[in-house]
Write a new protein. Structure first.
Length: 476
């Protein structure tokens, strides 16, 4: 969870800013996805005869109807995982403001099934007083986004989940300090434990699964839902039930607190002139932070860079272009196609600070969205070898639509391909050198690297970093 996806306390897999009257200045709007014209909402007529008229009719409270009126759209690449749903996020050149185009509503036959199901539940469920119309509406919306098939990207978030996502891309978080992704075994799997956070102090580790929060199981919840329950007010405790390989499930109680998460960290690899530079997510300011780290590393004598994008869930599209441009001198970063098939190319920006220094990129299965954009651009340009594991496979640019009650729809409004036109959606990017990381191995990050001796680094369990350093030192 990236407090955060996405990111502490948030999914890899897509995140964004809180509902506002206009998009943040750093977030351009995709052509064709602007601010939809508000739709007038008038009270439905009283039913005659007096019976439930179903979903969208008089039986549904006005508060639920308001959920269905989108009022704002912004654009991002979001984590495909969630955690910094982050997640969890999710094209072409500079994205410009546009006007949302409306698709004709579903026909009567389609909506009648929803209406019929709504009525059947209300007319027959054994405990009618327990039915919550808003939660049922939310469930219907989640079902629609799931049915789209854009797993990890096109999705729905409640107001609380959206707020958590927003914070994940601001750099300041209240939470416990982990990033999570979906787990095939259920619950949420911790992909990153950030240093100097409550989670690290409590002994949580990469690969731990959160199977319950405050005694309530997470096994049937989405990562966004889990993240929203793990996060909470500063100073309050949350009790997690953790599943860890080789030991019985155990509980740990952690006090949430606010902390700033540096977007970029770096350190020299002991005994070498190679610098490891890690980018945790493509939040606001990622490009500037990366520039500073690269310039500092070169000033400290770095002759090669290991660029760590492992467990990076993505973030804002403009930051993806800015980050890639630090390593590329010309060409495009990625191709994008909107729903009409029109192509636009995102051009490399000038004045990159690391276009010539030898480079290796690290990826894993939680490298998603914007992180895949950057990886694909560098790989297609022949700029660097990619070492590690196949990436997540996110292939859409997200338009974010803030709904009237603060909940959010994230919709894939454009499809993107790599610089050379390779598809990523549901496929991911294969590394040039496949190097797995053992399930019980903790990844080396700059904060731990600083405290290592050369001998300790050589004996560390992170085979991916060691292979990257070897490649930079020997060229093979």
């Amino acid at each position: 969870m990236t407090d955060p996806t996405t990111p502490p306390d948030l999914p890899p897999p897509g995140a964004g800013p809180a509902p506002t009257s206009s998009p943040p200045p750093t977030l351009p709007v995709v052509p064709g996805v602007g601010t939809p014209a508000p739709q007038p909402l008038t009270p439905p007529p009283a039913p005659t005869p007096p019976r439930r008229s179903g979903f969208g009719g008089p039986r549904v409270p006005a508060a639920v109807l308001l959920v269905l009126a989108p009022v704002l759209a912004i654009v991002m690449f979001a984590a495909g995982m969630a955690a910094g749903s982050s997640g969890g996020p999710l094209g072409g050149g500079p994205l410009e403001a546009g006007t949302a185009t409306a698709r004709p509503s579903a026909g009567p036959a389609d909506l009648s099934l929803v209406d019929e199901a709504w009525n059947v539940i209300h007319d027959n469920y054994v405990d009618p007083q327990s039915l919550d119309d808003q939660q049922m509406a939310y469930g219907a919306i989640r079902g629609m986004t799931d049915a789209v098939g854009d797993s990890g990207h096109t999705s729905f978030m409640t107001a609380a989940e959206a707020k958590a996502s927003d914070e994940s891309l601001s750099g300041t978080f209240v939470g416990i300090g982990v990033q999570v992704s979906t787990s095939d075994a259920g619950g949420a799997e911790i992909s990153t434990v950030f240093p100097n956070t409550p989670a690290e102090e409590a002994g949580l580790k990469r690969g731990d699964r959160i199977v319950a929060v405050d005694g309530t199981s997470t096994l049937d919840e989405t990562v966004d839902q889990i993240v929203s329950r793990v996060r909470g007010p500063e100073g309050e405790d949350v009790t997690l039930t953790i599943a860890r390989n080789g030991v019985a499930d155990f509980e740990v109680t952690i006090t949430r607190r606010q902390f700033d998460l540096p977007l970029v960290s770096w350190a020299m690899v002991p005994g070498t002139t190679v610098a490891m530079v890690r980018l945790d997510q493509f939040a606001t300011g990622a490009t500037d932070a990366l520039k500073q780290a690269l310039e500092a590393a070169k000033a400290d004598g770095a002759t090669g860079i290991v660029f760590d994008l492992r467990a990076n869930p993505g973030g804002y599209v403009n930051e993806a272009v800015g980050v890639a441009s630090q390593f590329l001198s010309d060409g495009i970063v990625y191709q994008s196609y909107d729903r009409s098939g029109e192509r636009k190319d995102a051009q490399v920006e000038s004045d990159g600070v690391a276009t010539d220094i030898p480079l290796v990129v690290l990826t894993d299965g939680n490298t998603a969205s914007s992180a895949e954009i950057v990886t694909g651009a560098i790989q297609d340009a022949g700029r660097a070898e990619v070492v590690g594991e196949k990436t997540f496979g996110t292939g859409t640019v997200l338009g974010r639509f803030d709904l009237a009650d603060g909940s959010v729809l994230r919709i894939g409004v454009e499809r993107w391909l790599t610089r050379d036109g390779r598809p990523i959606w549901h496929e991911g990017l294969e590394p040039d050198l496949a190097v797995p990381l053992a399930s019980d191995a903790q990844p080396t990050v700059p904060d731990t690297l600083r405290d290592m001796s050369a001998a300790e680094f050589r004996s560390s369990a992170d085979a991916q970093v060691k292979r990257a350093v070897e490649l930079l030192k020997t060229g093979r």
